[in-house]
Design a protein around this ligand. Structure first.
Ligand code: UDP
Ligand code: MG
Length: 353
């Protein structure tokens, strides 16, 4: 059995060497064949230089891809999954928050027949506010979405080849991995692990804004229940308006018409206006998603790859299109013959030997 480890890296020059050493030490102890697939997500620091050096140091089992700019962790994970050729793939962060020692446990559970082995962290290292917000978010979101999303369950997981192929066969360009992992199903097992502090400095690479967007994605990527909510709110308001109108008619019949009602009117108009804007925005979100899906832009652009066995630092411009991601490409192919060199624009998923 051969294991692929996919590692998205964004500005991780400070920690990447240490991570690589610890990871290799853990994997060597396990005695499995492995390849490391690093994905440089358009880092502004020397991460790419470090990756090139790592590949020169361990040419037999190190590969990397480098994006033309920062495309986000989702894109980096997708590129890594496409590149991975192992019979099982471990996804992990470069900041040592995902401890390489746990891979042994994951493999053990995988060998017992589980297709997805997921590490669940206890959030003890999250900043208090972020931890609280995350917990509240998951509690709220699970009422709304069709696929369950668990708090503390991140991207640190082992996927069997079948699960990876299932993920790669999903064509959407808006990828919310947490939901996708849950959506594909398969035999999933979760084990608890201690949270670790981020290393490599600079705090989480997520900006608050991108976390908010991520949260929104989680809410609406997987269901149309918010749209249902709009319909239900409309029905409830119509019922309320009917009752209010009846009450006004009855009081007018019994007590005559009284003119006051200015505050009520203004409040109702303003309230309804706000609600309409909210619902419009919601519909707009869905339309926006359709818009992006129809563009069919690639998820990322690759500016350089370093393959096993190729000359170091060969550049191969290419793109990671969402289409034609043939599940299973590269699975089981001989890992010793990759070239990764290509003068023309080659889709990233075609870079396999
Ligand atoms: N990352 C990435 N692209 C980004 C942001 C992050 O590839 O735009 C990588 C990052 O290098 C790390 C992993 O994703 O390996 C998780 O990032 P981080 O530790 O900052 O996130 P957190 O642990 O706070 O969820
Ligand atoms: Mg982290």
């Amino acid at each position: 059995m051969r294991l692929s480890v996919v590692v998205p890296c964004y500005n991780e020059e400070a920690v990447i060497d240490r991570f690589d050493q610890q990871l290799r030490a853990s994997l060597d102890r396990l005695g499995v064949g492995y390849e490391l697939c690093y994905v440089d997500d358009g880092s502004a620091d020397n991460t790419l230089t470090r990756l090139r050096a790592l590949r020169v140091e361990h040419p037999a089992n190190t590969r990397y891809l480098s994006f033309s700019r920062n495309f986000g962790k989702e894109a980096a994970m997708l590129a890594g999954l496409r590149a991975a050729r192992g019979d099982a793939v471990v996804l992990m962060d470069a900041d040592l928050q995902h401890r390489p020692e746990l891979i042994g446990r994951m493999l053990e559970l995988h060998r017992q027949g589980h297709d997805q082995v997921v590490a669940k962290r206890d959030r003890s290292c999250d900043k208090a506010v972020r931890g609280l917000l995350s917990r509240l978010y998951y509690r709220a979101v699970n009422r709304w979405v069709d696929v369950p999303l668990a708090s503390g369950v991140g991207d640190f997981r082992l996927l069997s080849r079948a699960a990876v192929d299932a993920l790669l066969a999903l064509p959407e360009s808006n990828r919310f991995s947490k939901g996708l992992f849950s959506w594909i199903g398969f035999d999933t097992v979760t084990f608890d692990c201690r949270d670790a502090e981020r290393e490599g400095g600079g705090g989480s690479r997520w900006r608050f804004r991108s976390l908010l967007d991520y949260g929104m994605d989680g809410l609406i990527s997987f269901n149309n229940r918010p749209l249902r909510l709009a319909i239900h709110t409309g029905l409830a308001l119509a019922a309320l308006a009917g009752a209010y109108a009846a009450w006004v008619v009855v009081t007018a019949l019994t007590g005559g018409v009284s003119v006051p009602g200015y505050v009520t009117l203004v409040a109702i108009i303003a309230g309804l206006g706000g609600l309409q804007m909210l619902m419009l925005g919601l519909i707009g979100e869905y339309i926006g998603r359709i818009y992006y899906e129809t563009k069919r832009r690639p998820h990322y652009l690759v500016k350089e790859t370093g393959e096993v066995g190729a000359a170091p630092g060969t550049a191969a411009p290419g793109s990671g299109t969402g289409r034609g991601a043939d599940p299973g490409t590269g699975a089981g192919t001989d890992p010793g013959t990759g070239t990764g060199a290509g003068p023309a624009a080659v889709p990233a998923e075609d870079l396999e030997p």
